[in-house]
Every structure is written in C-alpha cells, then in structure tokens.
Design a binder for this molecule. Structure first.
Ligand SMILES: [Zn+2]
Length: 184
C-alpha cells in the first residue's frame, strides 16, 4: 500500500476514533459490528408458539444490541419448549439456551406474554429479581397474576445492552420460576 494511502487510512481511523469518543456513543462499542443475532426455534413450543414469536418482537423493539431471529430450520441458539411444570430457562451462555413455557404458571393465571419475555430475559443474561413490582420484568411471578407487563424496565434493558456490547460471560445456569408466596 502506498504511503499516501496509509496516511489517508490513518486519518480515517483517527476520525472514527474521535467520533467514537463522543459521550453519546461511548457506552456502545458494538455498534459497528451490528446487533448480535440470536436464532430461536419455537417449533416445539406447542400452544405457545405465537406468544414466543410475539415476545421476540417485543424484545427486538426494546433493545438494539441483540436481535432475535426465527430459525430457518438449522440448529437454533435458543430452543423453546412447552411442558406441564413451572416456566424455567437453562442458560448455556449469553444468548444461548433452552426455555420451557410451563403450563402450571399459565394455569395459575400468570400472563403468557410476560412469561415469554421474562424467560427470554434470562437467555439475555438477566437474573431473577423477585421484587413483587409489576414494572420489573424480572420480578416474574412475584408480581402476582394481575401483572400483565411484558416489557423490560430501563435498568433491565440497559443490562441486556451492556451484556451484548461486552459479550458478557454468563456461566451455565438453570433459572426456575416459583409460585409467588401467597399470604392468605
Ligand atoms: Zn425467572
């Protein structure tokens, strides 16, 4: 490469670095690489397939560093299943694992769209946070069956954005939902 081109390239890199150092852009170093794609397969999620598709779209509208994409048929990063237990998520690593849409929580009256976005939250690296507050997506069943909020709050969104911007290391873990402790 001629030296003049090298100089021009160096100038361009410097310009990019200067743009990148602006305060508004400093929090997200992954922008240039585009969002992390997480493919999902809800083909065995039985009656929950549409809810899983809707939850994927909800998350896609809430965060920009990760995008859920329906699997075209090959192995998916996220597999969603249905069974008769309580919902749970097996996280293998950030953006990878298995979710069970447990019918027991649905029978107990919990909101299906909230269950779906909550479990995907686990796959995106969010832990349970049983605050009992409906505005918190990760409060899960602790917010009661009246809670129909299926959106992550600002803190939860920020944590997901950071996780994917930093390609955070998430140790394999199983996050199982439990019935809210009822006082009656
Ligand atoms: Zn949970």
């Amino acid at each position: 490469m001629p030296r003049s081109s090298m100089t021009a390239l160096a100038g361009a890199v410097t310009a990019l670095l200067l743009v990148g150092s602006a305060p508004a852009a400093s929090a997200n170093s992954a922008t240039s690489a585009g969002p992390h794609i997480v493919t999902y397969d809800a083909g065995k999620a039985a009656e929950f397939q549409a809810a899983v598709d809707a939850a994927a779209q909800v998350w896609n509208g809430q965060v920009s560093n990760v995008t859920l994409q329906k699997s075209a048929g090959g192995p998916a990063d996220l597999t969603v299943l249905a069974d008769d237990g309580w919902p749970r998520a097996q996280v293998d690593s950030l953006g990878s694992g298995t979710v069970w849409m447990g019918r027991e929580a649905v029978s107990a009256g919990h909101h299906v769209p909230r269950i779906a976005t909550h479990e995907i939250g686990h796959i995106f690296g969010l832990p349970d946070n049983r605050t009992g507050v409906c505005a918190d997506l990760m409060s899960g069943a602790s917010a009661g069956t009246d809670c129909t909020n299926d959106l992550p709050n600002e803190e939860e969104k920020g944590e997901v954005e950071r996780n994917f911007a930093q390609d955070a290391s998430i140790a394999p873990r199983l996050l199982a939902e439990t019935p809210a402790l009822a006082t009656r």
